[in-house]
Design a protein around this ligand. Structure first.
Ligand code: HEC
Length: 270
């Protein structure tokens, strides 16, 4: 009987520990791995209250307790890219240069931290909040931060090489001129599409289909249909579990839309 009680207590302890594990943010930079709980981050002296006027995920103004990402990264800031992984398989590739610009008048990246004592509201159309860790940007317009560089439910941030170096198969042909739309489209794809899609295996996300293999959408969708789908997937087809967001003019100006389609078409030829 006593043994049964003891093993039951151990089981409860194991469950509690597993729960605590999922409530941590892992920071892996320059060969060093650190884990933070929400309470640890909230207790930092540089934790501050910030207001994000136009929050991409909540689609309204939000106020958070948050820690500056640049300070959290500290000395390891020589990395090229920060790969921010969310618990649902969404993975943003955030250029370190973009984060660093926050110290020189650019957009400022923060890790917003949900306090268990003051939980955030659920995300629009979902039954969960963006917490416990949500990467947000103050003054996103200053550096034109893409809508897909706001990973919510972030579980890990890892210092990595730039996507085009890690995965050369996603690169446009070397002899393409610098001002060709497909080349610019590669950059648009990296920030706005790669958080969910791969290109011929390139990428780290598991949310949407690979857009390069086995076939490329420019090979099986009409030009008009593809444009319409990116602008608003629900205008083309709809079902309850549909996940792809609509990219309006603000999220993807016409020039960026043209560029990303030119990139997809170019990649179909490679
Ligand atoms: C937040 C995740 C997410 C982002 C960001 C995203 N997509 Fe998607 N996309 C999906 C998912 C998931 C699907 C599968 C259908 C669905 O659930 O909506 C999809 C489907 C598609 C399809 C249809 C493929 C097919 O064969 O049915 C195309 C084309 C596409 N996405 C292009 C893009 C492009 C181009 C971008 C960047 C401008 C982009 N997506 C950004 C999640 C995303």
């Amino acid at each position: 009987m006593r043994l049964a009680l003891l093993s039951f207590a151990l089981l409860l302890l194991a469950i509690a520990m597993a729960r605590a594990e999922t409530g941590t943010l892992t920071l892996a930079l320059g060969g060093r791995e650190q884990r933070f709980t929400a309470a640890e981050l909230l207790a930092r002296p540089d934790a501050a209250t910030i207001t994000v006027a136009d929050d991409v995920s909540y689609k309204r103004a939000m106020t958070y307790r948050a820690v500056p990402l640049l300070a959290l990264i500290g000395a390891a800031s020589e990395v090229d890219t920060l790969e921010a992984r969310a618990s649902d398989g969404f993975v943003s590739q955030i250029p370190m240069a973009l984060v660093a610009k926050g110290a020189n008048g650019g957009s400022i990246a923060w890790i917003a931290v949900e306090d268990a004592g003051a939980p955030w509201p659920p995300l629009p159309g979902k039954d969960v909040s963006a917490g416990p860790f949500y990467l947000v940007w103050e003054h996103p317009q200053r550096s034109k931060v893409g809508t897909e560089l706001w990973p919510y439910q972030t579980v890990a941030i890892t210092g990595v090489e730039s996507p085009a170096h890690r995965w050369p198969q996603m690169r446009v042909a070397d002899d393409l001129a610098a001002d060709v739309p497909a080349r610019r489209g590669q950059a648009v794809f990296t920030t706005q599409c790669m958080p969910c899609h791969r290109m011929k295996g390139a990428g780290a996300a598991d949310v949407g289909p690979d857009l390069g293999q086995p076939m490329n959408p420019t090979q099986y969708l009409t030009a008009e249909g593809l444009r319409a789908l990116i602008r608003n997937p629900k205008a083309v087809r709809t079902w309850p579990q549909q996940q792809m967001p609509a990219f309006d003019q603000k999220a993807l100006p016409d020039a960026d839309l043209d560029a990303v389609i030119a990139y997809l078409a170019h990649m179909a030829q490679r």
